[in-house]
Ligand binder design. Structure first.
Ligand code: PRP
Ligand code: URA
Length: 209
């Protein structure tokens, strides 16, 4: 079974609590998700392959550590995924970016795709799929399925909040894809929202409600 990593770093947890507060305004929410995504990005890139390159400092020559492994591609599940994407791109500016447009039908909670554009060479890249919310996991399961169909083999999924129900469903569908999250919350409510959660991530990032 794939691994679930909860990033319990104090800065992540404090920022997440600020995001959860219903009175946190849109601009602050957006700033916080950008900051948190850098911290999650730091965690998820821990296992990138390293080598050395011969360089010269102003003092002397040295074999300096450099990244040598597969290049990264970040896949944002629109639209709330873009909140996580921005901070991760600050961290890894050379990453390629793909977008999967998916929304959840509010009545059936089924994931509906409306857009798909990813780099052509996914086989050769480490792929990180980002979406702040793993609720029923219908959206994440569909997004990862599409990314696999496009060739990706080395895939990780990163979110802010995960419901236990979503983790179970995601692991059943994609046992090869590890999950990194800032929190495993209590449960889903009758409308498929994460409890205690932070509400609708897209609405909170873009101020649409
Ligand atoms: C939210 C969120 C996830 C999805 C999670 O997107 O960003 O993509 O819900 O729910 P699930 O695990 O039950 O599928 P939403 O459908 O609200 O679309 P939006 O990002 O365009 O607002
Ligand atoms: N999508 C969200 O944005 N929030 C939830 O709690 C569940 C799905």
């Amino acid at each position: 079974m794939n691994k679930v990593t909860v990033v319990d770093h104090p800065l992540v947890q404090h920022k997440l609590s600020l995001m959860r507060r219903k009175e946190t305004p849109t601009a602050k929410f957006r700033q916080l998700i950008r900051e948190i995504s850098m911290l999650l990005g730091y965690e998820i890139t821990r296992d990138l392959k390293m080598g050395t390159a011969r360089i010269e400092t102003p003092i002397t020559a040295m074999d300096a550590p450099v990244l040598t492994g597969k290049k990264l591609v970040l896949i944002s599940v629109l639209r709330a995924g873009n909140g996580l994407l921005e901070g991760m791109l600050d961290l890894v500016p050379s990453a390629r970016v793909g977008h999967v447009g998916i929304y959840r039908d509010p009545d059936t909670l089924v994931a509906i795709e409306y857009y798909f554009k990813v780099p052509h060479d996914l086989e050769e890249r480490k792929t990180i799929v980002v979406d702040p919310m793993l609720a029923t996991a219908n959206s994440a399961i569909a997004a990862v399925q599409r990314v696999k169909e496009a060739g990706a083999k080395d895939i990780k999924f990163v979110c802010l909040l995960a419901a236990p129900e979503g983790i179970e469903a995601f692991q059943a569908a994609h046992p090869d894809v590890p999950i990194t999250t800032a929190s495993i919350d209590e449960k889903l409510n009758d409308h498929g929202y994460i409890v205690p959660g932070l509400g609708d991530a897209g609405d909170r990032i873009y101020g649409t409600k």
